[in-house]
Design a protein around this ligand. Structure first.
Ligand code: 6R9
Length: 660
């Protein structure tokens, strides 16, 4: 039998209502960083005091005396009169504490090359890079765009920018020249750091040519003065004299002496662009002291990190918020040893991830449900060929994890024993917000469960009132939290309109959620026109506008349809211009898929595109995406009575059924 502490872990507790839960084992609880449940109420009684205590885990060059300044909502300031250097917190202080020989990064390149980098070495490299960037003119307040593969230089570049008090804007390497250029322009970046290329799926995927294309767009004039190029793929590239510099040539001139300067806690640390409900991506601005406090605290508590013994691996690309907070800043601020892997899970075969876990003895593994489902599809016989006994904790992020995938993950990767932390958060929240605490929470597959200590999450109705247990509503956050988005870069009004206009005093996350009888939170997905494809946010509007930019397209409607592997998939309906001769309806699907990938990036490539003669619209002319979604998901089409032309759905339906 399973006792109250769940010592026989593979057998969950079965509840009368048919649900199951998995309490922490006595052994796990005993050793956990957090195992006293009073942490929740102590933090709730004095959230600011709780966060101020957490901030003391960082090294401040000037101690703060103020905690939260909320006198001008929704613009929060945390620890505003304090000063610190973020890079020093991630590097120098560990070396000063005698931990210089600890491995910071086990790097595994996709072709199989490896590098082991200690904290002393990483500190040395970041200091040299900071000196190099200084001589290229980078200083506090500047913005640097980073367009890189998953290699150690990406981390080094980010930390060197942070060390100088400048802000980085990392653009995911899968984005197109257009997307890169829009982000460079919006941030006004003067320097781009890139690589010739990186390895993906067994071959070199070029990056520098995309930077060249981006900078050549719109007549060529941009804010960018220099492009610094790391050599990785050794693919053929063109260097523009006077503008482009090789990292390895430049760096030789600089030594490893660099004294970190303290910057105000509210100094911008980075801008990261994310899809909103309208076409233009939003530049989410994060600052220094509060951000680092919350990412380091949550990384230590939720992943139960023991920096002396754990080997941590988060598979996220650094181009996403998960890579920023849980590959770079959280783990390094905590002095963790981690794995960084350059490539894709299926290269050279689907055993790659598990061979990496075995090779480095990974004990904490953090990935996304879409990846877990892809591995499930390939079958458990693949991971079963590897020794995964080092794994003691698993994490999930990006979308709700379906209970079936949860059980497979725990059983096959976690030996039926590892707690799974299902972490809900967003680019805007900067750090984890809702998650189990592995030494305290009885886990429920499919639920992110409870707000972390010091966080005030609510599920509310349209009036902003809390819903009763058992009911659904909208997810909001009531009190400011240290790592919250400070504004949308250059657009305070959009920041107010997007997140604060709906409820005034509560942050509106854009997610639907339900609270169960125990008060646990179940996330239900986005309530706006944002899709979640493989854990990446894409807006329907952004893809629709890319489609109508094609000369042959008159109109388009895009929906996110359920997809077994990627969670959601992009499905587009387009009307071709009647006079156009560029595309035949037969070529349209392939050509437009390619066009979208070229405009935004491969992640936005639609799974299907249907050429139709009309789109379903209301009498006021609004496209009824709900009906298209029914079609795309193979369901019976819902209520069509508000359509201007009720026949339109049956003609579209015939197209979809006919395959085109
Ligand atoms: C970290 C990250 C944020 C959106 C968010 C929500 C979805 C993320 C989730 C989850 C259910 C989880 N989301 N984690 N939904 N359970 N554990 O993914 O940031 O790319 O900004 O996406 O992702 O819909 O609103 P981001």
């Amino acid at each position: 039998m399973t006792d109250q502490l769940g010592t026989i872990e593979s057998h969950p507790l079965q509840h009368a209502d048919g649900t199951e839960s998995y309490p922490p084992s006595a052994a796990f609880r005993e050793q956990a960083n957090l195992n006293d449940p009073s942490v929740y109420w102590r933090a709730a009684e004095d959230p600011e005091g709780y966060w101020a205590d957490q901030a003391q885990n960082l090294a401040w060059t000037k101690p703060f005396t103020e905690i939260l300044d909320w006198t001008n909502p929704p613009f929060a300031k945390w620890f505003a009169d304090g000063e610190l250097n973020v890079a020093e917190n991630c590097l120098d202080r560990h070396v000063a504490a005698g931990l210089g020989d600890r491995v910071a990064i086990h790097f595994e390149g996709e072709p199989g090359d490896t590098r082991t980098i200690t904290y002393a070495e990483l500190t040395h490299e970041v200091k040299r890079a900071a000196n190099m960037l200084t001589s290229l003119g980078v200083a506090q307040g500047d913005r640097v765009a980073i367009y890189m593969p998953m290699i150690p230089e990406t981390v080094i570049a980010m930390l060197a920018v942070a060390r100088l008090g400048a802000a980085h804007s990392v653009v995911f390497g899968g984005f197109s020249a257009e997307s890169l250029r829009a982000r460079i322009d919006d941030a006004g970046a003067e320097l781009v750091i890139t690589a010739d290329g990186g390895y993906r799926k067994g071959r070199v995927s070029a990056l520098k040519p995309t930077v060249d294309d981006a900078l050549a767009l719109h007549g060529g004039g941009s804010t960018v003065e220099k492009v610094l190029v790391v050599q990785r793929g050794e693919n053929e590239i063109t260097m523009t004299p006077g503008r482009d510099l090789w990292w390895h040539d430049e760096i030789t001139a600089y030594d490893g002496e660099h004294t970190p300067q303290g910057f105000p806690a509210e100094n911008p640390l980075f801008i990261l662009y994310t899809s909103g409900t309208t076409g233009n991506p939003k530049g989410i601005l994060h600052t220094s002291g509060g951000y680092l406090t919350q990412v380091s605290t949550t990384h230590r508590n939720v992943f139960d990190l023991k920096p002396e013994t754990d080997v941590y691996w988060c598979t996220a690309d650094i181009g996403w918020i998960t890579g920023h907070s849980y590959v770079v800043y959280g783990p390094l601020a905590n002095g963790a040893t981690q794995v960084i892997y350059e490539g894709t899970p299926e290269t050279p075969d689907w055993g790659r991830w598990w061979s990496i876990i075995q090779k480095y003895g990974v004990s904490i593994f953090y990935t996304a449900p879409t990846a877990i489902r892809a591995c499930m599809k390939m079958g458990r016989q693949i991971p079963e060929q590897y020794d995964l006994s080092s794994v003691r904790l698993l994490g999930s992020v990006g979308e709700p994890i379906n209970p079936e995938a949860w059980r497979w993950y725990r059983e096959v990767i976690g030996a039926g024993a590892a707690p799974i932390v299902d972490t809900w958060w967003q680019t805007e929240t900067g750090a984890l917000m809702i998650s189990p605490l592995p030494g305290l929470t009885s886990l429920k597959p499919g639920s992110a469960q409870a707000a972390l200590p010091g966080i005030d999450v609510n599920v509310v109705n349209e009036q902003g009132e809390r819903v009763n247990p058992g009911q659904g509503g909208l997810l909001t956050i009531r009190r400011p939290w240290p790592s919250m988005v400070r504004t949308i870069w250059g657009d305070d009004q959009r920041f107010i309109d997007t997140y604060w206009s709906k409820f005034g005093d509560q942050y509106f996350a854009g997610d639907g959620a339900r609270v169960d009888e125990d008060g646990d939170i179940w996330l239900l997905g986005r309530v706006d026109d944002v899709m979640n494809v493989s854990g990446h946010r894409l807006s329907t509007a952004e893809i629709e506008s890319a489609l109508v930019e094609h000369h042959a397209v008159a109109e388009s409607a895009v929906v996110g349809a359920d997809d077994e592997t990627t969670g959601q998939a992009v499905v587009a309906f387009v009307i071709l211009k009647s006079q156009q001769t560029i595309l035949t309806p037969e070529d349209a699907e392939a050509a437009l898929k390619k066009h979208v990938a070229g405009q935004i990036g491969a992640i936005a490539r639609p799974r299907s595109i249907y050429v139709v003669n009309e789109l379903p619209k209301t009498r006021s002319g609004k496209i009824m995406r709900r009906l298209l979604k029914d079609l795309a998901e193979g369901r019976e089409v819902g209520d069509t009575t508000t359509l201007a032309d009720t026949m339109v759905m049956s003609t579209i339906q015939a197209k979809v059924a006919g395959g085109k």
